[in-house]
Design a protein around this ligand. Structure first.
Ligand code: SAM
Ligand code: SF4
Length: 328
């Protein structure tokens, strides 16, 4: 098992498959993009499968989520999903994506064993999409969402980040759209993980503000007594059964119940989104380490996980890697 010094057990593995992306969401990447990881540094499909197998069969991982960068840009994705689905005990397999290309890939991915999908959608207005993501791709995202729904990747979850003065007037329309289409919407507070270091607390739309805005149009009632390790606080909408989630990563942190561990596209274990240290599995793997040795390195990396993200600490330092290279 992957247990840390604060008594938490990591069972949820986030695997970043690439740091590249076909969008440039301003809370994540600068418009000009970033220097991508050189290909030789990326784990091959075989290396990803080996590490996922070790996680699931030796270390108690029960959920595998593929992410990035944009994971649909990785050609081997259906094969990676199929390999994860063949493991025993079979993990839950999910994907976080911007949805571009999902119109083509949703059905093959479902057939390969994908269970669930989270699609990021921050606006319903093409001009705002262009301003926020620096690409004209809103129609592709909406088509991708519809295809995920049609492929039975249920419940299709939608992630939205609100930015002040850009899309923060869209909380209500986004929820209406998701309710009408049978998608489950979750708002995520913007975190200091953008490559440009443009985040500031005053600019951030907080969970309280999101709930105020939604509360003006919908009757929201807390849905779960216990939030558990789920980051989203869930609310029934207008009596339910529909729900909306709010992930207050900054103002309502859930670090005490965190069950996540991350593997970057270049084979580093990160025990936290905000970790400032990583543990190199790629180097060990390529130097001939056995499964047992890799598992032990991984255990050690998780053991040192800090109690919390510390965004409010005076000495907080944003991690060097931006979100797109960590795997959200
Ligand atoms: N490209 C895929 C996507 O956008 O869904 C997967 C990777 S993306 C980094 C994963 C999630 O992180 C997305 O839902 C995105 O909105 C979110 N995200 C990125 N930067 C963020 C930030 N600074 N604060 C909060 N969420 C962020
Ligand atoms: Fe790309 Fe996702 Fe980052 Fe947007 S949030 S730039 S879609 S990796």
């Amino acid at each position: 098992m992957l247990v840390d010094d604060h008594g938490r057990t990591a069972t949820d593995l986030r695997v970043s498959l690439t740091d590249r992306c076909n969008l440039r969401c301003s809370y994540c990447m600068p418009p000009e993009g970033l220097d991508w990881l050189p290909k030789p540094e990326l784990l091959t499909d075989e290396e990803v499968v080996r590490l996922v197998r070790i996680g699931v069969t030796e270390l108690g991982i029960t959920e595998v989520r593929f992410t990035g960068g944009e994971p649909l840009l990785r050609r081997g994705l259906p094969g990676l999903v199929a390999a994860a689905a063949a493991l025993r005990p079979r993990p839950e397999i999910s994907l976080t994506t911007n949805g571009i290309g999902l119109d083509r890939l949703a059905a093959p991915l479902a057939a390969a064993g994908l269970d669930r999908v989270n699609v990021s959608l921050d606006t319903l207005d093409p001009a705002t999409f262009r301003r926020l993501a620096h690409r004209d791709r809103l129609a592709d995202v909406l088509r991708g969402l519809a295809a995920a729904h049609a492929a039975g990747l249920a419940p299709v979850k939608v992630n939205a980040v609100l930015m002040r003065g850009i899309n923060d007037h869209e909380a209500v329309p986004l929820l209406r759209y998701c309710l009408d289409h049978g998608y489950r919407l979750r708002f995520i507070e913007q975190m200091p993980l953008d490559a440009q270091h443009g985040w500031d607390r005053a600019g951030m739309i907080t969970a309280d503000e999101i709930l105020d805005r939604l509360g003006a149009a919908f009757a929201l009632v807390p849905a779960d007594g216990e939030r558990g390790s789920a980051p989203a606080e869930s609310f029934t909408v207008d009596g339910g059964p529909e729900r909306v989630g709010v992930i207050g990563s900054v103002t309502r942190p859930f670090c005490g119940a965190c069950d996540r561990v991350r593997l970057t596209a270049d084979g580093q274990i990160r025990n936290c989104l905000f970790a400032t240290e990583e543990s190199d599995l790629r180097g060990a793997l390529r130097a001939g380490a056995s499964d047992a040795e890799l598992a032990e390195r991984w255990r050690t990396a998780v053991r040192r996980k800090r109690a919390g993200h510390g965004i409010d600490d005076p000495g907080f330092l944003q991690p060097v890697r931006p979100m797109s290279a960590i795997g959200g």
